[in-house]
Design a protein. Structure first.
Lengths: 229, 451
């Protein structure tokens, strides 16, 4: 496989992204290395071909934002909004992630080996997220579809105002958000968790996870809800 | 002579100013339901507005242009600051963001066709881009909203400009709302929601908080689109002076300021009537902010919220706007609140449908129910047939053309060969309130309250 390297200490980010948008062939599956990212924002955003981009170091905000088809691996930590609005493909953060990781992702798989900050998986729309560590408060807020696997614990208000997204957690949330509830695990759930853990390269026993989903009591206006939404 | 006092039986009919029939009705409605009222359209209360300004026009001291012959250009360019491909419009009157979901697909198509014919832009709304709108609208602004419903990189790349929506004049600080009746299978799929839920959008963006983050978000959108497309930032009018400055600092090419008269498809009445500031005050603050930063002409300003007539457009431009955006005006042009709807040239009465909603033409604001009597704000398969795209397109085209003719008539009378040459000096205010808010002197004086 052809390999290419960009050194962000020498090449402007604009040139790298321009190359990734305009110079790839349809179905391009090259392997592209990015050296010295130095926390730059918006690295490898808007990819639309099945390339693999490896970022060697820490990335800033919106790393691999709106990803489609591509695989992006960050050998370091990332700032806010990693893989936000991802459509497909895979984003793997080997370190930690800041706030809003995987926000509004419609598809694809986001793997974070370490912890994730506040609002991980907020407004998730169909993507899958696997977090090796813990997630911050307000994670999966208003998540509409997709699955979140949390191997550690969660902060406050996990799954507040959930729609149809499902959360699996191995540890404990500090508190559940409005309308989120624990539900029994079914065989299907164990299989889902097992598959996602395998794709993420993590080996926990699916049996050690609990399921959180929406009680669906906030789907319609209700005078008796007493502002509990 | 009998001097006994005469007692006239008189019905007691003194209405309280504090508790008038409207307020009594409100209280009793609240008591019956335990929920606030939700409705469509914008603020109904009287507000200082563009009607409170007048043009001075040409005379001995100024030289007018021939109203029917001499050229008066209306060309408008938006997004000249950073975008490689700024938006070029034939007229400074654009169509405001209104969602597919709030509006039917037919309406979205009608708006796109009309805008393309007159050379202006349409804007998507909270719910994503439809093929009907992209296919019919030559210049399409794609909104990036807190909910991100239907937001995706393919449509982003198909857009001609991107509008990051922070707020809306009808409800600054509030998220959108689409009641279950309008969340039909197609709308639900586009928004990734269960069919029929009362959808309440987020009021804050999921992946950025505050103006410093916004700057980085805008940079991401630019990187995504290779710095080609103009990026607008839309704010609901509140602390407009500061908000516009922050939007400029964050890197906006264009700032859109939406005053409290701006419409909505469904919002709490208390929000519509009691939050935000009038468009007139907001324009002045926005222009002050741009001038303060020496950004006038570099960052363009679009004003919306209660723009109805060509005179309104002219006044907004004279106060310093580069363009206006119209939402409710185009809905009325389409037939909103009309007594009839039209199919194949034949008019049919819509009165029964208004009656069923407990209202009548001229008063209807029931967009939130999805039971629009004239097929504009509906997702009902039968009702939406009441507005055929070609009929709607013709009406909106005529409306926009009329506004543009009125705009150039006024501009020529003021001696301008270009509508963008209209200036504050061409205006006077009719009321003390309007003078104070707009910073334009009261007619016949050089007095601006507070100066």
């Amino acid at each position: 496989m052809e390999r290419m390297t960009f050194d962000l200490s020498k090449t402007p980010l604009r040139d790298v992204n321009q190359f990734l948008h305009r110079s790839l062939k349809a179905g391009d599956d090259r392997h592209i290395e990015v050296q010295n990212p130095d926390g730059a924002h918006s690295i490898a955003v808007g990819l639309d071909e099945p390339v693999t981009v490896e970022i060697h170091g820490h990335a800033g905000y919106y790393a691999a934002g709106m990803n489609k088809k591509a695989t992006v691996v960050v050998h370091g930590s990332v700032g806010t909004g990693v893989a936000e609005n991802m459509m497909s493909g895979k984003v793997h953060v080997k370190g930690f992630a800041s706030n809003g990781a995987g926000a509004t992702a419609h598809g694809g798989l986001l793997v974070i080996d370490g912890d994730a900050g506040l609002r991980c998986g907020i407004s998730l729309k169909g993507g899958d997220i696997v977090v090796g560590g813990s997630v911050g408060s307000f994670s999966a807020f208003m998540a509409q579809a997709g699955r979140m696997v949390i191997c550690g614990n969660a902060g406050d208000a996990l799954g507040d105002s959930l729609y149809e997204a499902v959360i699996y957690i191995r540890g404990e949330p500090k508190s559940l958000g409005a309308d989120a509830q624990f539900e029994p695990m079914t065989d299907n759930d164990y299989k889902t968790v097992g598959d996602l853990l395998q794709q993420a390269g993590m080996d926990h026993d699916p049996k050690s996870f609990k399921r959180i989903a929406s009680a669906r009591s906030l789907y319609h206006w209700n005078a008796d809800a007493n502002q509990e939404y | 002579m009998d001097m006994k006092p005469v007692h006239i039986k008189r019905r007691s009919a003194e209405e309280s100013a504090s508790f008038d029939r409207r307020i009594i009705d409100y209280i009793q409605n609240a008591a019956a339901h335990g929920l606030y009222e939700i409705r469509g359209l914008g603020a109904k209360r009287p507000l200082p507005h563009f009607d409170d300004l007048l043009f001075l026009a040409g005379s001995a001291s100024r030289y007018p242009l021939e109203g029917y012959r001499e050229k008066c250009t209306t060309k408008t360019i938006l997004g000249t600051r950073y975008a490689k491909k700024p938006i070029e419009l034939e007229i400074p009157i654009t169509i405001a963001g209104m969602s597919f979901g709030a509006l039917s697909a037919n309406v979205k198509e009608a708006l796109g066709r009309a805008a393309t014919e007159v050379g202006t832009s349409t804007t998507t709304g909270d719910g994503g881009m439809t093929q009907e709108e992209r296919g019919s609208s030559k210049t399409l602004v794609y909104q990036c909203l807190p909910s991100r419903y239907g937001f995706n990189p393919d449509d982003l790349r198909k857009a001609d400009a991107i509008e990051v929506v922070i707020g809306q004049g009808a409800k600054p600080g509030g998220g959108g709302m689409l009641l279950g009746q309008k969340v039909n299978p197609r709308v639900a799929k586009m928004r990734t929601l269960p069919q029929g839920v009362d959808q309440r959008s987020a009021c804050r963006h999921p992946d950025w908080t505050g103006p410093d983050d916004l700057a980085i978000k805008i940079q991401e959108l630019r990187e995504m689109t290779d710095w080609e497309k103009p990026i607008y930032v839309k704010v609901g009018a509140t602390r407009t002076f500061n908000d516009v400055k922050l939007a400029v600092h964050a890197g906006a090419d264009v700032v859109v300021v939406d005053g409290m008269q701006g419409g909505t498809a469904a919002t709490q009445t208390c929000f519509i009537e009691h939050v935000g500031i009038p468009t007139l005050a907001a324009v002045r603050q926005a222009v002050d902010a741009l001038e303060d930063l020496d950004m006038k002409g570099t960052v363009q300003l679009i004003v919306s919220g209660g723009i109805r007539t060509g005179a309104d457009v002219a006044k907004a431009l004279a106060m310093g706007a580069d363009a206006v955006a119209i939402g409710q005006g185009v809905l009325f042009a389409l037939g909103c609140n009309s007594e009839t709807w039209v199919r194949d040239g034949q008019h049919y009465s819509a009165i029964d449908a208004y009656d069923a909603l407990g209202t009548a033409p001229g008063f209807c604001h029931h967009c939130h129910t999805g039971k629009c009597p004239v097929g504009v704000t509906t997702q009902d398969a039968e009702l939406e047939q009441r507005l055929q795209p070609e009929v709607g397109a013709r009406r909106v085209r005529n409306y926009l053309k009329t506004l543009n003719m009125e705009l150039t008539t006024i501009a020529r009378a003021c001696g301008k060969q270009n509508v963008h040459h209209l200036e504050r000096e061409d205006l006077v205010a009719l009321t003390v309130e309007a003078a104070a808010m707009s910073g334009i002197p009261l007619a016949g004086t050089n007095w601006v309250p507070g100066r």
